[in-house]
Design a protein. Structure first.
Lengths: 471, 532
């Protein structure tokens, strides 16, 4: 009987082997997805109960972890919650996280691969593992000035450093307090979540980088850049009489006479001039120029962002509208700030970034962002001419409210009302010589008539406040 | 052929292993407390002392009653038992308020070890069990069918395999597996030669004669009844597997396991087609995330084991309480979470070694009853472990079986200790010397040299052999004499009978001819020993 018993023993051995193999294979194949599953309470609880690293502006923490006496042991706090909410995002138990808390979550919680050695050392010494801290590029003064100036108006302000791409300010309004979602009283957090997500003003929307709006006349800067690249000069004379869009019955009335220089047309933001100019340059040229400025690609990776859009399918009369920032052109405030930044930076578009560096809990540098060049939007000479034109807008054009004595400021106003149902959007893009900054102000409800002056009246003073804060 | 093996009483090895096991379990208990509370509870030594004391008492009884038993079986089992106790203690700490089921489990351990001791005291020689094949068969079937008795039976997750007396639940299948193993072993020892006689030939497979098929058909129907009426795939797998395997070992016909597997697969498929609860189990196995509520237990188990990773979170540092019923059904998942993949693999190997020792005893045994019984008990144990750990780790659909020795539950513990006691008695009988100055026992390498009684008529398949003397000692009896004559130089009891093939010729059908002149029917038209 021994032979069959041996065979049975072999089968038993096979069964054991299969069990062992299955455990191994499950580990190799399924473990990552199971741990990434947001319903895995063990992982989320463990993530919630961690000594998370801080998010810093300069030397101040805008998001930090303090000890707490409950089961989670650590509490996430946002000292100036509402001001920095679009940058820090929130960190909650039931609703995940957003913005930097999410994208840099692995470093903040200490579970990133770059912290592997630190975790090992903590394991050996028995210390509580601590996350890395994230240093942002923000400037506290600029951020505060932008928020104060924007006040309770719905909109966004983005300020960047033109030569590096570092984001100096990112404000969105209305904002929310992330502390309400980070609380350990989970029912309170749930109530806060419900009220925030059902609020029709959308306080959790990041209007600075994740929503696109028609840029209005600020798009004329892009058209001007295209014109300069095509051989026009600021002194080129344009036909600025009223322009009937080819093939339609729509006429764009002239507000600047029958002929002006390109520079003057930009200063007074003449729609008829730019509509005619845009059609002349052609949609492809405009699209190409806008893509050089960054349209069509997501500008920011440190937090999630959306790409600005110049429509693909566009015919001639639509091109005319697009040239004055209408039709289907839509941009994020960050993108328009990049346009201004390129003008200031000799035509070079720099990659925007929000995170300067990441440091471990013992201040060891884990990663450092180096400024990177995205594109060359215009030649340096043409950029200089563009700057000249934009200074003219502030000195003798619609952007006079942004003028600061002793500072060279160039800008462009914009008022967009795609439909006459809602109040127009007020835009203002600007750059300054010294302090070196480029910014975009976007106000979503200007509460006034649909005239070009709206951009100047509402948005330009906010830009002035930000530039002054950086002096 | 002069190589002989004398088994020694390896109680020293057993003691060392037992102390090692107790050390591991104590370490687990201490670690749990240190990780959870930073200190040991007051009177922590009481639980440890209880555990150690019970083990040492059992060891003492083993030394006294079955000194030649296999030295690894009890320590391995006690280690598993201790790990189960440690994990139940840890799970207790995770509830609010803290439960005390570990103490209860320790009490059950004491009762089970007492039962173990009782079996050792009562059962000197397992071969007495051979005498009542039909009675034990009936008893086993009745025990198996008990949950179907209305009022007594109690449905649990769609399967009806529990009975409830008062507040106390009990799974009769645990006991039934022992009784039926004994029943099959004794029946097959009587009938194996007859079963090897081919009756009809169906589809290329030789079936035994109709009159011998009877109990087999009954057993197959019983397994089917378990599947159909009790609706538990695991229990029916257990019994059907045990049955088919013992048939195969007894008759050496591969057609049995092949047929059995096909029948079981067919039965399982039909069960899946027609039973909602089987479908639930299968869908939970294949795609647990499809239904969060139904499959909550297995999903949590998966989450837990994934979070544990390779080395586990450590005793006390995981969250095994998030998995429902972590103390009984999913205790393997809790162990996987806190001890990791490595720890779970170690536990699987522990079970594997227990099975291996049991099968080793079966190989070393000389009489067919011991062989069958040891092999049957080991294999049914292996099947149970395979089914439950496979279910928890999503290798197979989950069934209602318990994790032997580890999971919470008194009845399972008592039954499994009884199984262990029986198995150890068998190993003792197998390993002990036959008489004070007895001839040495055979070593495993010589198992190809078992004596075969050859009929006078040569068969067509083999070369002719010299006719043996048909010794009366060749009929199986329930005596201490070996049923197969030992061929050894200078053996005083048996005449040297045959020229046996040398070891190293595995293809020689050395065991093909089991016919005894007493039972061989010369009128049988089928040549004996026709291999399928």
């Amino acid at each position: 009987m021994n032979r069959p018993i041996r065979r049975v023993a072999f089968v038993a051995m096979l069964m054991t082997l299969v069990l062992l193999l299955n455990v191994c294979v499950s580990y190799l194949v399924r473990q990552d997805s199971l741990n990434a599953n947001p319903q895995n309470r063990r992982v989320t609880d463990a993530a919630f109960a961690q000594d998370r690293g801080a998010i810093l502006v300069g030397n101040t923490a805008i998001a930090q972890t303090v000890a707490s006496k409950d089961q989670f042991k650590f509490q996430r706090r946002y000292p100036q919650g509402k001001l920095y909410a679009p940058v820090t995002g929130f960190f909650s138990y039931n609703f995940g996280s957003s913005e930097l808390e999410q994208i840099y979550g692995a470093q903040l919680s200490g579970s990133d691969d770059s912290l592997f050695v630190n975790r090992l050392i903590d394991l050996a010494t028995g210390a509580t593992p601590r996350g890395a801290s994230v240093q942002t590029t923000l400037n506290a003064k600029a951020q505060k000035a932008a928020a104060d100036a924007l006040g309770s108006k719905k909109g966004a302000v983005v300020a960047v450093n033109p030569s590096t791409g570092a984001i100096l300010a990112m404000v969105t309004s209305p904002s929310f307090d992330p502390n309400a979602l980070a609380t350990h009283q989970l029912s309170d957090a749930r109530a806060a979540w419900t009220s925030l997500t059902t609020d029709k003003n959308k306080p959790m929307a990041n209007r600075a980088v994740r929503e696109i709006f028609p840029p209005g006349s600020t798009f004329k800067v892009v058209v001007s850049a295209a014109a300069l690249e095509a051989g026009y000069e600021p002194s080129s004379v344009l036909d600025t009489s009223s322009y009937r869009l080819p093939g339609t019955n729509t006429t764009i009335t002239s507000t600047c006479g029958s002929s002006q220089t390109l520079k003057r047309a930009l200063e007074v933001s003449c729609n008829s001039a730019f509509a005619r100019l845009g059609v002349k340059l052609g949609a492809d040229a405009l699209r190409e120029q806008s893509e050089k400025f960054g349209f069509g690609t997501k500008p920011l990776t440190d937090i999630s962002s959306v790409a600005s859009r110049f429509p693909d399918e566009i015919d001639t009369p639509q091109t005319g509208l697009a040239s004055i920032g209408g039709y289907d052109v839509a941009a994020t405030p960050l993108q328009m700030a990049m346009v201004a930044a390129a003008a200031r930076n000799d035509g070079v578009v720099m990659q925007p970034y929000l995170v300067e560096s990441v440091r471990s809990a013992d201040l060891q540098l884990l990663s450092q962002t180096r400024p990177a060049q995205l594109n060359l939007a215009t030649s340096a000479a043409n950029a200089a001419k563009l700057r000249q034109m934009m200074v003219g807008v502030v000195e003798s054009g619609t952007g006079w409210r942004a003028a600061i004595p002793g500072v060279t400021v160039g800008g462009k106003t914009g008022t967009a009302n795609s439909d006459n149902v809602r109040t127009p959007y007020a835009w203002f893009i600007a750059w300054a010589e010294d302090p070196e900054v480029a910014l975009c102000v976007f106000v979503q409800d200007a509460e006034m008539e649909a005239t070009d002056v709206a951009g100047g009246r509402v948005a330009a003073p906010i830009a002035k406040a930000v530039i002054e804060a950086l002096r | 052929m002069s190589e002989v093996v004398v088994f020694r009483k390896r109680r020293g090895v057993e003691l060392v292993m037992l102390i090692l096991a107790m050390g591991l379990v104590t370490g687990a208990f201490v670690l749990t407390n240190l990780n959870l509370y930073g200190q040991l509870p007051e009177q922590w030594w009481q639980g440890v002392a209880g555990y150690v004391g019970i083990g040492l008492v059992a060891h003492a009884v083993i030394r006294w009653r079955i000194p030649y038993a296999d030295p690894l079986l009890f320590p391995l089992v006690y280690l598993l038992n201790g790990l189960g106790l440690a994990m139940i203690y840890r799970l207790d700490q995770g509830t609010n308020p803290v439960m005390r089921s570990a103490e209860l489990q320790l009490v059950w351990t004491a009762i089970s070890v007492a039962g173990f001791v009782v079996v050792l005291l009562v059962l000197r020689d397992h071969r007495v069990l051979q005498r009542f094949p039909y009675l034990s068969f009936l008893a086993g079937l009745l025990t198996l069918m008990l949950p179907l008795v209305p009022g007594l039976g109690h449905e649990n997750f769609g399967a009806q395999i529990w009975i409830r007396i008062g507040s106390y639940s009990f799974q009769p299948a645990e006991l039934a597996k022992i009784v039926l193993a004994i029943a099959f072993a004794s029946y097959l020892v009587e009938k194996k030669d007859v079963l090897a006689l081919a009756g009809a030939r169906v589809a290329g497979i030789d079936l035994p004669r109709a009159r011998d098929l009877g109990p087999i058909i009954i057993m197959w129907l019983a397994s089917l009844a378990v599947l159909i009426y009790q609706k538990d795939l695991g229990t029916s797998l257990l019994f059907f597997g045990l049955f088919v395997m013992m048939l195969y070992v007894a008759t050496e016909r591969p057609s049995w396991p092949i047929l059995g597997t096909l029948l079981f697969a067919g039965g399982a498929f039909l069960g899946w087609r027609f039973y909602g609860h089987v479908q639930t189990r299968v869908s939970a196995w294949l795609d647990p995330f499809s239904n969060w509520d139904n499959n909550y237990q297995i999903i949590q188990g998966q989450f837990g084991m994934a979070w544990g990773g390779l080395f586990g979170t450590g005793w006390g540092l995981g969250r095994p309480n998030l998995t429902p019923l972590a103390k009984n059904d999913f205790i393997a998942a809790a162990l996987g979470e806190e001890l990791g993949v490595a720890g779970l693999m170690a536990i699987i190997v522990l079970y594997g070694v227990i099975v291996m020792r049991g099968l080793r005893a079966s190989l070393t045994a000389k009489d067919p009853f011991s062989k069958l019984l040891a092999a049957g008990l080991s294999f049914v144990f292996a099947l149970q472990v395979f089914a439950i750990i496979g279910g928890v780790t999503r290798l197979l659909p989950l069934t209602g079986l318990t994790t032997p020795f580890v999971s919470q539950g008194g009845s399972s513990l008592i039954a499994n200790y009884a199984l262990l006691a029986l198995l150890m008695v068998v190993t003792h009988q197998v390993r002990r010397p036959l008489a004070p100055n007895a001839e040495p026992q055979q070593s495993l390498a010589l198992d190809t040299t078992q004596v075969i009684s050859v009929p006078a008529r040569p068969s067509t398949a083999q070369s002719p052999r010299p006719a043996p003397a048909v010794s009366p000692a060749s009929t199986p009896v329930t005596a201490d004499e070996p049923t197969q004559a030992i061929v050894s130089a200078g053996s005083p009891e048996v005449e040297p009978t045959v020229a046996v093939p040398l070891p190293g010729n595995p293809d020689e059908p050395t065991q093909a001819l089991h016919g005894h002149a007493a039972t061989w029917d010369p009128d049988d038209t089928n040549p004996q020993g026709r291999l399928p």
